[in-house]
Design a protein around this ligand. Structure first.
Ligand SMILES: [Zn+2]
Length: 336
């Protein structure tokens, strides 16, 4: 999640640009008809506005006005100030949601609602719940106290146990239009130059949070390292240089995973360019075209699959040496 990414709307040319407005309108309409589920599973890519969506939904659930969210009742105002006693937000402590955190949530659920007749619990990165944490959550999911509403936010719905998934109503947030992401960046960063905004929009593929973090140059070292490695990876004669290039990554595990993910995105760009079935995102389209001319589709498939496997092994193992050696072996053996 990009830091500070929780605006409900930004101004664009006098009108408000609101994230996920269609999905929000549909949910508000249901809530106003009195149809409120006890749990929602909000799925969408990183930075697509899941927290913003859940906060808007929470306001509607907790609102006392006629047309929720009315924006003027005491509940709506407290939500806006981030001070509603019945709105609770939890995020993973470190890499995963531990069973202790879920037990704490269960205890809190038994004590609420404090003020009104409803209480909202938002869990960010719910896919980071360990299986035992999910099982602990199930107990409260099976018999939720009246008026309790959960929002589980996740990038990967399939990481949730089927028993958890089946008890929540699914809402999928789709990627934003490039024009909306560009408008958002221009609004928030009026001093950023047009080329930097254009690049961030292209790389972010419909994610406001990702676009913002690219524009702020977060993770720039890894992106630049990946772009340099592309020069070796996608040049049939350059691949033998990868062994040496990867030596520099020894011991920098997190950075390496990030670089491999970028290379995977680049391989996808070159492949879709080669096959004429999509547009380049991580790589500049001209660069993707250049690499695609240098490789056969078979060689590109081979590179893409080797990168996917490498990313998987890196996420499993702590030692990256073996995974990177295997990657180099596979890409140099593939037919260029
Ligand atoms: Zn209200």
């Amino acid at each position: 999640m990009g830091g500070g990414f929780c605006l409900l709307a930004v101004r664009e040319g006098g009108a408000f640009l609101e994230f996920n407005r269609i999905e929000k309108a549909a949910l508000f309409e249901e809530i106003n008809r009195g149809v409120v589920s006890h749990a929602y599973i909000v799925e969408g890519a990183e930075g697509v506005g899941k927290l913003d969506f859940a906060l808007a939904a929470a306001r509607a659930v907790l609102c006392h006005g006629e047309q929720a969210p009315c924006g003027v009742c005491s509940s709506c105002r407290k939500c806006e100030e981030g001070a509603h006693p019945d709105l609770h937000i939890y995020r993973p402590d470190g890499a995963s949601f531990k069973v202790e955190t879920v037990r704490e949530i269960r205890r809190a659920v038994q004590l609420t609602p404090g003020e009104g007749d409803r209480a909202v619990y938002i869990m960010e990165s719910a896919h980071a719940m360990t299986p035992s944490a999910q099982n602990a959550l199930l107990k409260v999911f099976e018999e939720p106290p009246k008026g309790t509403v959960f929002f589980l936010l996740t990038e990967k719905r399939e990481s949730l146990l089927p028993t958890v998934r089946s008890r929540g109503r699914s809402i999928r947030l789709s990627a934003a239009e490039d024009g909306d992401v560009a408008a958002y960046l221009r609004e928030r960063y009026p001093k950023a130059d047009a080329a930097a905004i254009e690049e961030a929009v292209r790389m972010a593929e419909g994610s406001y949070g990702k676009a913002e973090s690219i524009l702020k140059k977060e993770g720039r070292a890894e992106r630049e390292a990946a772009l340099k490695l592309c020069e070796l990876l996608f040049r049939p004669t350059g691949r033998y240089g990868l062994y040496t290039a990867f030596l520099g990554q020894k011991g920098k595990r997190d950075g390496t995973v990030q670089i491999i993910d970028h290379l995977t995105a680049a391989a996808k760009d070159v492949l879709v360019t080669k096959l004429g079935c999509g547009k380049s995102a991580f790589l500049h389209p001209d660069k993707a075209a250049e690499y695609s001319a240098d490789n056969t589709a078979e060689a590109l498939y081979c590179i893409f699959e080797a990168l996917l496997d490498c990313a998987r092994s890196l996420r499993r193992n702590t030692d990256g040496g073996t995974a990177l050696t295997e990657l180099c072996r596979r890409v140099t053996q593939g037919k260029g």
